[in-house]
Ligand binder design. Structure first.
Ligand code: FAD
Length: 288
């Protein structure tokens, strides 16, 4: 089996302690030679400056290719493009372009006056600048706001046609879920790479709540396994085994790229990578 390409998602720190954690996470995983890492943009656009600083620091000080997440929430078009241009100026040329969710307290996404009305408008505007490689979100079990799976895939096709070059999926538990989605996308004429998003589960209760929010179905066998593992203090072992098996199934089904949701905790992701044969790449400049 060939070594898969990996990438990692981080979130921007909101305190000094979290800054150290992000730094530890990024430097622990950097030797795996990721294709790129990405930094999220707080729900409701709340981490504009923090995301910018984290992206800049990882790009400049660790030398990784960083994709900055950017949403349409709570900003005018001019403000959003200003953020994007500031990235281009410091050499950051990848963006994960998202519509984003509503700010806390609001029920649904509402576009800002003079803001981008949808992810497609944002993608088009970023593509027009000619400065960025644009990645987008995709939903193997359909987005909760989408009428049906076919409409969701049609929307994804519009995002690719608007200028996105790849999509990263929401997390899921079974390789079959991804393969069904990949096949349906292919049938709909989507030829851009679709990268599966993998969540190594550090916190089962948190993951369960998050899955419910984003419509990710949890097989009963996984719930039972975590309940049992909790009794013996072996949830990390279980999480590593489950994520490794999922990645292994995906690779056997032809997947070459895996995107890990690290939640700024590197251990499980590192262990899964090692189990898949993704081990630290020693570069000559680091030892000379
Ligand atoms: P879109 O794909 O534009 O819309 C989601 C779905 O809604 C579509 O699939 C489509 O079915 C339907 N839809 C939306 N608009 C229309 C329309 N006008 N007509 C018809 N159908 C429509 N959120 C953050 O706040 N910050 C982040 O950093 C962040 N990172 C993410 C990274 C990844 C890889 C993923 C998968 C999600 C991320 N999210 C993030 C969550 C994301 O913002 C939410 O899922 C949001 O609700 C949808 O954003 P999107 O760009 O995927 O939306």
């Amino acid at each position: 089996m060939s070594r898969p390409n990996v990438s990692f998602e981080f979130f921007p720190p909101k305190s000094l302690d979290q800054s150290f954690r992000l730094w530890n996470c990024a430097t622990t995983l950097a030797p795996m030679d990721p294709t790129f890492v990405s930094v999220t943009y707080g729900a409701g656009g709340t981490t504009r400056q923090l995301t910018h600083e984290a992206v800049g620091a990882i790009h400049k000080n660790i030398g990784l290719t960083v994709a900055a997440h950017l949403t349409c929430v709570e900003a005018t078009r001019a403000e959003t493009l200003e953020i994007a241009n500031a990235y281009a100026e410091v050499g950051v040329t990848e963006i994960v372009a998202l519509r984003g969710d509503a700010p806390k307290g609001a029920e649904k996404f509402r576009p800002t006056a003079d803001g981008f009305q949808s992810s497609i408008e944002l993608i088009e505007a970023l593509a027009d600048t000619g400065k960025f490689k644009i990645r987008v979100g995709a939903y193997p079990e359909k987005h909760p706001e989408s009428g049906d799976a076919a409409a969701d895939i049609e929307w994804l096709k519009r995002k690719i046609d608007a200028g996105a070059t790849s999509a990263i999926t929401q997390f899921f538990f079974e390789a079959e879920t991804f393969f069904r989605f990949r096949d349906a996308c292919e049938k709909a004429g989507i030829d851009a790479p679709i990268i599966p998003g993998i969540l190594p589960i550090e916190n089962w209760n948190g993951a369960r709540k998050f899955a419910q929010l984003c419509g990710t179905s949890i097989p009963q066998i996984v719930t039972d396994a975590f309940d049992n593992a909790a009794k013996t203090g072996s949830t990390d072992l279980l999480a590593t085994a489950l994520a490794t098996e999922l990645c292994d199934d995906l690779i056997r089904g032809g997947v070459n790229d895996l995107h890990f949701y690290t939640l700024n905790k590197p251990d499980l992701t590192r262990d899964v990578c090692h189990a898949l044969g993704v081990t630290p790449q020693v570069k000559l400049e680091n030892v000379a």
